[in-house]
Design a protein around this ligand. Structure first.
Ligand SMILES: [Zn+2]
Length: 227
């Protein structure tokens, strides 16, 4: 779902040679799979029966039916940063880059906090934040889509607290949302709500600025004040 989309057409569509990968024709319309961009990452697997689907399971825990104990066990089964643990499909099912940012903001936890160092209270807060964030967004997207086909698929949505909102005010405290960039991805967080007002090093930026990258909001404020 990075660049791939499903589109529904009531009438037979004209297929775009570059974008359209496959079209499924039904009596009442056509379902087309498209992939934007020059990177080709899409693949299509044909399986027979539910048993064969199991070969494609990554093993991630489903959040909705999970208990706190199951969640905690999975979360601490390996020592990773929270960002990595939440988005690892072998550990948890269905949490991507966008929703992990929203979950961590709601839990008030740093994306770089290590899972081995979490307190019981933090694990509990993360469990609640994970469940409620996913539940709220499923309800919201269902409401927006109604009975129609979901055409507006994007990782950036109005109403998100931090994801895709670099420099915009945190809806809870008003502090500008910060980011950490790595490879083609970006993590957004509120330094006041999540990291005790500390700025987490942005590798791309810190390389650029060498040692001149401010480590805290106070330091950044001071620098700004000094001009
Ligand atoms: Zn905040």
């Amino acid at each position: 779902m990075i660049a791939g989309r499903l589109h529904w057409h009531d009438k037979p569509p004209r297929l775009n040679r570059k974008l359209s990968l496959v079209a499924f024709e039904f009596d009442n319309g056509t379902l087309v799979l498209t992939e934007a961009g020059s990177k080709r990452r899409a693949s299509l697997h044909l399986v027979r029966g539910e048993e064969d689907l199991k070969d494609h399971e990554r093993g991630g825990l489903e959040i909705e039916p999970a208990s706190l104990a199951q969640f905690a066990e999975r979360l601490t089964s390996e020592n990773h940063t929270l960002k990595r643990a939440l988005t690892d499909p072998r550990l948890f099912s269905g949490i991507g880059n966008a929703y992990s940012d929203e979950i961590l903001h709601r839990a008030g936890l740093s994306p770089l906090q290590l899972t081995a160092r979490l307190t019981k209270a933090q694990v509990g807060a993360l469990f609640e934040a994970t469940r409620s964030t996913l539940k709220d967004w499923v309800e919201r997207l269902r409401r927006e889509t109604g009975a129609g086909f979901p055409e507006k698929v994007t990782a950036f949505r109005d109403g998100m607290a931090v994801h895709g909102r670099f420099k915009q005010p945190c809806p809870v405290c008003g502090t500008p949302v910060q980011r950490i960039r790595y490879a083609a991805n970006e993590t957004n967080y509120c330094p006041h709500c999540q990291t005790g007002d500390k700025l987490l090093a942005d590798r791309a930026l810190s390389r650029l600025l060498k040692s001149d990258w401010p480590r805290s909001l106070d330091e950044m404020d001071e620098r700004l004040q000094r001009g």
